[in-house]
Design a protein around this ligand. Structure first.
Ligand code: FAD
Length: 450
């Protein structure tokens, strides 16, 4: 009657981690993946000189124990990103050099205000109940306001506001009015602290995986062998009291349980029979992904290093405004990685590749001088255009959504369980969270049929 104990939908880090855990527990599993590859949002690419670059998720750092231990277990290696020297910010038309112990190059009242807000957010975030954010003290009040309305209410300083309006898309690829204060606080605590989220050394952007993060998924898929079936886009999930049947073009498979390990908004586009309960369906309507176009700009050498620059640049005045050194470990060429995020991605996706390249190179020339105008390669990846992702870095909840729909985010519906970075409590939205979520969903199905 059953084709497998569990069918997993989606072979990103979440789905693969779920399948791996179930296999280790002796359960039979089938993992269905829509694309012709595994790894989802951790897609590997390469420059014209053959150097590998990550087109999606790339950095790992301290407190991300699940992903760090998995990398080690799979025999992969990490290396520290280059972070020596001064960083750049563009403020009031001036290129400012700053170091890691300074507040992004701000000074005077703007700096003092930014420090005050930073500490306030950090302190408030520690009150969030990660397992049930809707139960946090004062949840209704925290959830009723957008992060932007909180900013406006808490500082009149235009430069301080501009800094936070830059950092929010940097973390969510969405704008500060698009998420609730409660969601931002949840995310800070989920990722340890605001410092951890934005930092290179000691933070979430500290290290990379040799050869690219897609190798984590590829290594798990290799272990799982023919459990993984590519080019199989699931469109319908049916369940009754005894089984779940998952349907795709050209076939269907039946199991005791299903784990749907795809972004929450895409989970809402599947057909369910019987239909999802109101709360679950409405939750999936409330969790859009952000917009991001990721760029790798490659040079013969990492020339900025000789000028005492780390390669990390932000700008309060440019569209291409978060940039870091992404050169290979051996510095055989120089690579700058950067992003058009949120509102900037939404306008830039309608331009030609040449027009986007002009935006990118013009900003890099401001940050790093005329040599930045002469790359040998520019590689771009627009995640909102991807049929089986439709935006990044992950899903977010706007004002009022956590307190009204949050309970439905990860709660199973009958025999259907939910995984994916969006459903994680620790490192929500990150590779680490995706892995934890897959293991949690696997545990749920194991507990139901011991
Ligand atoms: C540009 C970018 C930068 C990022 N930077 C970082 C970073 O530096 N560090 C970090 O930790 N995280 C980063 N992230 C986030 C990280 O990549 C994700 O959190 C993580 O990879 C999500 O894994 P997942 O398994 O939950 O989802 P996904 O990777 O999205 O996997 C879901 C899978 O389901 C498949 N699928 C979708 N629909 C169907 C269907 N109907 N039927 C079958 N299969 C389907 C998809 O093809 C995909 O393979 C970044 C993401 C992006 C895009």
């Amino acid at each position: 009657m059953y084709d497998a104990d569990v069918i997993v939908v989606g072979a990103g880090l979440a789905g693969l981690s779920a399948a791996r855990k179930l296999r280790a527990a002796g359960r039979s599993v089938i993992l269905l993946e829509a694309r012709d590859r595994v790894a989802g949002r951790t897609y590997g690419g390469s420059l014209s000189n053959g150097v590998s670059v990550e087109l999606g998720g790339q950095w790992v750092g301290p407190t991300q124990d699940a992903v760090l231990e998995l990398i080690d277990e799979l025999g992969l290696k990490t290396f520290r990103c280059y972070a020596d020297g001064d960083n750049i910010n563009v403020i009031d038309g001036r290129v400012v050099r700053w170091t890691d112990d300074q507040m992004f190059g701000l000074s005077g009242e703007a700096e003092a205000e930014a420090v005050r807000l930073w500490e306030a957010l950090q302190t408030l975030s520690q009150t969030v109940d990660l397992d049930a954010p809707w139960n946090t003290d004062g949840a209704a009040d925290l959830d009723r306001q957008s992060l932007d309305s909180w900013l406006v209410a808490n500082t009149a300083n235009a430069t301080t506001r501009a800094l936070f309006r830059l950092l929010v898309p940097g973390i969510f690829s969405a704008e500060s009015p698009e998420l609730s204060l409660l969601h931002f606080l949840f995310y800070i605590k989920s990722g340890t602290s605001l410092d951890t989220l934005v930092s290179q050394t000691g933070g979430a952007q500290e290290s990379r995986v040799v050869g690219g993060t897609h190798r984590i998924s590829e290594a798990m898929a290799a272990e799982l062998g023919d459990v993984v079936r590519l080019n199989t886009a699931v469109h319908t999930v049916r369940q009754d009291h005894a089984s779940v049947t998952v349907e795709f073009d050209g076939g269907s498979l039946t199991a005791r349980h299903a784990i749907v390990a795809i972004p929450t908004t895409l989970a809402g586009r599947l057909r369910y029979v019987p239909p999802m309960p109101n709360q679950r369906d409405q939750l999936t309507q409330q969790m859009p992904a952000g917009s991001v176009i990721k760029f790798h700009v490659a040079y013969d050498t990492p020339f900025w290093r000789a000028e005492g620059l780390s390669g990390f640049a932000v700008s309060l005045e440019h569209e291409f405004n978060v940039v870091m050194d992404n050169s290979p470990d051996d510095a055989s060429c120089g690579v700058l990685v950067g992003f058009l995020e949120g509102a900037h991605a939404r306008t830039a996706c309608e331009l030609s590749p040449e027009e986007r390249r002009d935006i990118v190179l013009s900003a890099l020339t401001t940050y790093f001088g005329p040599k930045a105008a002469e790359p040998f390669d520019v590689v771009e990846q627009d995640w909102a255009a991807e049929e089986f992702t439709r935006g990044c870095y992950g899903g977010r909840l706007g004002a009022g959504a956590w307190t009204q729909f949050g309970k439905a985010l990860a709660a199973p519906v009958g025999r259907i369980h939910w995984a994916g970075a969006e459903t994680a409590t620790i490192w929500n939205g990150y590779m680490d969270g995706a892995i934890r979520s897959g293991r949690r969903a696997a545990d749920e199905t194991l507990a139901e049929t011991p």
